[in-house]
Design a protein around this ligand. Structure first.
Ligand SMILES: *Cc1c(COP(=O)(O)O)cnc(C)c1O
Length: 357
């Protein structure tokens, strides 16, 4: 039941949800037709979830392979409308990929600041291919963001991290799509939490749909950080965050307070899952549901599994987990966490034997 234009062609989130977004002139709209991602029923996990209805919002199917496109179409379009010639962001990878692609589409320059050696291969190749200037710093995401804030304050470059309010505006449209698809809001909405912009955006989206009378219930917002990078859970910034889930390896989230407000207002939780739990969910989704997401994305499902085990979720609940990015972003992690391919001679008999015949 996705919203489609008269011609049945999806026009990207700005044109599809214009009534809910800041005004923008038509000729500034920069879109790669992001949004309209599938909400996939997880039909093979009944042994874990029983009679809970589990759905996966597969944001890896956005144009650059992550939900960051929703915010970036809005942020870059607005920057273009304001006459900006360049954008800049700090990134754990996906923001830089999206910024680079949308800046290319807008004919603008993109500068991206990333922590050296900590960007998944797919994301780095995107930022480079889309023609951004990639600057690798010896420092983590939090330091990169601090530098970008300083530079964009003084120079004619627009900051497109999620502290740019247009990013949140664009990202909230994912909540609209969930409501359109289900015909109501879910009971629980699980998300990985890094810089905490996305949980802030979904909550804003759900509240706006409720205020317009388009849904009559609100979900409990369930944010999950990685245990070694869980500042909101422990209640103070983490100097040196550690996790294999690089997209949420953040020690001092920019939208900290908004994320806590989303949790409190909705009656949800912000909790942590271990790297082992993240990898287990990551592999489970790929092997049993046919859905390949990146490790950080799987923190949402790892969180849902944890909440099920703790008796928080009940039969009949509708649970949506956002899978924030595509698994192909991080091929190194996929290969290192899986069984090696079997080497075999080009010989039918030997191959059949390995196949178990
Ligand atoms: C950016 C990102 C996150 C974290 O989202 P925040 O809005 O920073 O909390 C999670 N997963 C992936 C794949 C991301 O790219």
């Amino acid at each position: 039941m996705a919203r489609l234009t008269k011609k049945g062609i999806w026009e990207g989130i700005i044109r599809e949800f214009r009534d809910f977004l800041p005004e923008i002139s038509d000729d500034a709209i920069t879109t790669l037709k992001e949004g309209n991602t599938p909400l996939i029923e997880a039909t093979n996990l009944r042994d874990i979830f029983g009679d809970i209805r589990l759905l996966l919002k597969y944001e890896g199917l956005n144009p650059t392979g992550s939900f960051k496109d929703r915010g970036m179409t809005m942020a870059v379009s607005k920057a273009r409308e304001e006459g900006a010639k360049a954008v800049m962001c700090a990134s754990t990878g996906n923001t830089s990929a999206a910024a680079a692609a949308y800046a290319a589409k807008a004919g603008m320059k993109a500068f991206v600041l990333v922590p050296e050696g900590q960007i998944a291969l797919g994301k780095l190749s995107q930022a480079i291919m889309h023609g951004s200037l990639v600057l690798q710093i010896k420092g983590n995401f939090d330091e990169a963001l601090r530098i970008v804030k300083e530079i964009t304050k003084d120079y004619p470059v627009t900051l497109v991290n999620s502290i740019n309010p247009y990013r949140i505006e664009g990202q909230k449209t994912a909540a609209f799509e969930v409501c359109e698809h289900l015909g109501h809001a879910p009971t629980y909405h699980f998300l990985p939490v890094g810089n905490a912009g996305n949980i802030t955006a979904y909550w804003k989206g759900y509240k706006e749909y409720e205020a317009k009378g388009l849904i009559s219930n609100l979900p409990k917002m369930m944010g999950f950080q990685a245990e070694g990078a869980a500042p909101i859970v422990v209640g103070h910034p983490i100097e040196n965050p550690q996790t294999i889930a690089t997209a949420i390896k953040i020690g001092n989230p920019a939208s900290w307070e908004a994320a806590v407000a989303a949790k409190n207002e909705s009656g949800g939780v912000i909790d942590a899952v271990t790297d082992d739990e993240i990898i287990e969910a990551y592999k489970l989704l790929a092997a049993r549901e046919g859905v390949f997401c990146e490790p950080a994305s799987a923190a949402s499902v790892a969180g849902a599994i944890k909440m099920k085990k703790e008796g928080v979720l009940a039969d009949g609940d509708t649970v949506v987990c956002t899978l924030t990015g595509h698994g192909l972003k991080d091929p190194d992690r996929a290969i290192s966490s899986s069984a090696k391919p079997v080497k075999v001679a080009a010989d039918i008999k030997k191959i059949l034997k390995v196949m178990g015949f």
